[in-house]
Ligand binder design. Structure first.
Ligand code: 2NL
Length: 338
């Protein structure tokens, strides 16, 4: 009997050793350790043994053999699993450090270059980049920003409006966004504070093109929402941005102003190393009504926001005299800015 047990055990172990896939292990496992397995079948012969001692010895040998088979199955399963994983890791290897190199022909547009540099600087200051639709609802573009129907400030933000029927049968208005602020509104609604984002993108206003205006232009807006954010945090962020983007020789100042979506509001200017001032954009502490529209309790959270035009910055930086030149796609003009 003991010889048969040893033989069954050895046969089982060599089969496990020969298994090549996790599937084979699964099949072997049910066959070798199941009721119909050779070792289980040997158990049915225990009753025919003569003495108690013989039964005890054979029973113990069968149990030991079953334990050894279970252990060998586990070990081989783990071994094959690790091999399969190693193969998969090797075949799906992705070298994220690979440097593809700059394109050998052409270059990004002036405004794209400015936008990408701005994103880099704000990421360096701990901001995340947020994006949203260019076609917006009246609510996200105006209402939520404390500019209800008939608000005089809407006059500055005329754009293309299209009436449409909403799924529930009401007439709604969609429009081409006049600023990227609706992206910030959407972020406040979708994400829990703290929020540290910048929203760069294309915006639209009813304007006749001239040397300093285009009806389609680009803007970057920043939004910070956290506990106990003050005007000092705003001024410090504007100053840190000014130095990081324009250089250590530049500084910034805030001048009192008015926007419906911030209170208090300010214009911010930067000072060149030669002493001259350049108007850059607007900023302020987020108005409590705007926080409420974003689903936030103004008693619990406070924040600041700022915004400025990207096209104007690209124009200043490269000494372009007429902003329209940046959009006529004359290759002789564009080629100068690689
Ligand atoms: C400008 C002025 C500004 C903002 C934009 C903002 C956004 C939210 C709440 C409050 Cl969600 N404010 N944005 C605030 C102040 C000024 O832009 O002259 N842009 C070209």
């Amino acid at each position: 009997m003991i010889t048969d047990i040893t033989a069954a055990r050895e046969a089982a172990l060599s089969e496990i050793d020969a298994a090549r896939t996790p599937d084979e292990i699964a099949t072997l496992s049910s066959r070798l350790t199941g009721k119909k397995g050779a070792l289980a079948q040997l158990k049915t012969r225990l009753g025919s043994l003569d003495s108690i001692d013989e039964k005890k010895a054979a029973g113990a040998a069968i149990n030991e053999a079953l334990a050894a088979v279970a252990e060998a199955l586990d070990a081989r399963r783990a071994e094959l699993g690790a091999e399969a994983l190693a193969r998969r890791v090797e075949s799906e290897r992705l070298d994220l450090t690979e440097f593809v190199g700059k394109p050998t022909r052409g270059h990004a547009h002036l405004v794209t270059q400015a936008l990408e540099r701005l994103e880099d600087v704000f990421i360096g200051l701990g901001f995340q980049i947020a994006e949203g639709p260019e076609v917006e609802t009246d609510w996200h573009n105006f209402e939520a920003l404390n500019m209800g129907a008939g608000h005089p400030a809407r006059g500055e933000f005329d754009t293309l409006f299209v009436d449409h029927v909403t799924p529930d049968g009401k007439v709604g208005t969609t429009l081409l966004r006049t600023h990227t602020s609706p992206v910030q509104i959407r972020t406040m609604i979708d994400q829990e504070p703290p929020i540290y984002i910048v929203a760069p993108g294309r915006v639209f206003r009813r304007d006749t093109p001239d040397a300093t205006h285009m009806p389609v232009f680009h803007q970057i807006e920043g939004l910070v929402i956290d506990r106990d954010i003050s005007m000092a945090d705003l001024a410090g962020t504007i100053e840190a941005f000014t130095k990081a983007f324009f250089g250590p020789g530049f500084t910034s100042r805030l001048r009192p102003s008015y926007f419906p979506f911030t209170e208090p509001s300010a214009e911010f200017d930067i000072q060149r190393p030669d002493g001259g001032w350049i108007e850059l954009g607007g900023c302020g502490m987020v108005h409590p009504n705007v926080l409420r529209a974003g689903g936030l309790d103004p008693e619990a959270w406070s924040g600041f926001a700022f915004g400025f035009g990207i096209d104007r910055m690209a124009k200043e930086r490269h000494g372009v005299e007429d902003i329209r030149d940046m959009y006529t796609n004359d290759i002789r003009f564009l080629e100068q800015f690689s």
